[in-house]
Design a protein around this ligand. Structure first.
Ligand code: PMP
Length: 354
């Protein structure tokens, strides 16, 4: 704590991202993609390393926005890009939510949302999940100052259908509804096609998961041109060059390779379902998942003990040290070989004979 900090900074509880270990571990704790990005990305990196870095990037990141617009079948004016979807979310919270109108957010969802609320002084109305740990779409009050949730949700993995979210949007028209689709490519249904009907819908996405580019920090939002204009107003006040030229070019290459994208997503999904069946054998409850992770509750061993035991065996998964989540672990889907090692380690600890 410093006397030089503003009261807002003193009150802040910063987000603590999942550990990025320095030693070599099987890393299943931050939902990265186990496969490399599209081959075209490596070509772009080589080309940029030679003669393009002396130039400023395109502040409008047009090439990347066009590639995203084409993929989602929307106009380029409907696409905004930023430094990871974390930054895009921060700008959206700043642009669309008011301090004194409570923003509706599920109690269990991406833990960055409360941090942004804290930072911008936005009050929150935190709504419990259903008993099945699904986001309760009927619980969002229609007089909220906005609605934010992840679909599929994190860390729980459940996804609502587009139709169910359309039902929420029909009731809720006065303020922005932000749907965070970081994990949608692993089995969720995007709500982007609803944009034509709902000008208050903002959808965010990322290149960190299904496009294997977490290290480059590329995120985006898709919405009506008026919402995108709102984001641009905020962005230009902070940073008029949100993405560097390597991220722009690599993002285009990643977005254009549909075959690689689909093959990686399908591989992750197949490994996820195989892992689910194997974990269930070890008396572990595995929640249904439309993502690249599994949210699991061990029954015969304490979740923290399982986390610690796995770490001792060189496998890092995510344990959330708070009462609402400390019976669960979140396990990212790695390669088949990594998941085999995870399963073997869990069987050894729970006494299951494979
Ligand atoms: N939304 C959700 C639900 C996430 O889990 C994450 C990743 N931690 C993000 C957004 C942010 O992703 P990125 O900033 O890498 O685009």
């Amino acid at each position: 704590m410093s006397q030089f900090w503003s009261p807002a900074v003193r009150a802040l509880t910063p987000y603590v991202p999942g550990e990025q270990p320095r030693e070599k571990l099987i890393k299943l704790n931050t939902n990265e993609n186990p496969y490399p990005p599209a081959p075209g990305v490596a070509e772009v990196l080589r080309e940029y390393a030679i003669d393009r870095l002396r130039l400023y990037p395109d502040p409008g990141a047009h090439a990347l926005r066009e590639a995203i617009a084409r993929h989602h079948d929307v106009a380029v004016e409907q696409v905004f890009v930023g430094n990871g979807s974390d930054e895009v979310l921060a700008l959206a919270f700043k642009a669309f939510f008011e301090r004194d109108e409570a923003l509706a957010v599920p109690t269990i969802s991406y833990s960055f949302y409360p941090v942004y609320c804290d930072f911008y002084g936005i009050t929150m109305n935190r709504l419990p999940l259903t008993e099945a740990l699904e986001v309760d779409l009927d619980a969002f009050p229609t007089d909220s100052g906005g609605v934010v949730f992840a679909n599929p949700n994190a860390p729980t993995g459940h996804a609502h259908s587009r139709e169910a979210i359309a039902g929420l949007l029909e009731r809720y028209t006065e303020r922005v509804v932000l749907v965070d689709e970081a994990y949608v490519d692993f089995g969720g249904e995007s709500v982007v096609p609803l944009l034509a009907r709902f000008p208050n819908l903002l959808v965010t996405g990322t290149f960190s998961k299904s496009r294997s580019l977490a290290g480059l920090r590329i995120g985006y939002a898709i919405g009506s041109p008026e919402l995108i204009d709102g984001l641009n107003r905020v962005k230009d006040s902070f940073n008029s060059y949100p993405l560097d030229s390597i991220a722009i070019a690599a993002g285009v290459a990643a977005m254009q390779d549909d075959e690689h994208f689909r093959a990686c997503c399908n591989a992750v999904i197949a490994t996820r379902e195989r892992t689910r069946a194997a974990l269930e054998q070890a008396d572990i409850q595995v929640l249904p998942s439309c993502t690249n992770f599994l949210f699991v509750r061990p029954r015969s061993i304490d979740a923290e003990a399982l986390f610690t035991g796995l770490r001792e065996r060189g496998i890092l998964v995510r344990f959330f040290d708070k009462p609402s989540l400390n019976q669960f672990l979140r396990i990212s889907i790695g390669t088949d070989d990594e998941m085999d090692q995870l399963i073997d380690a869990i069987y050894a600890m729970t006494g299951v004979n494979a």
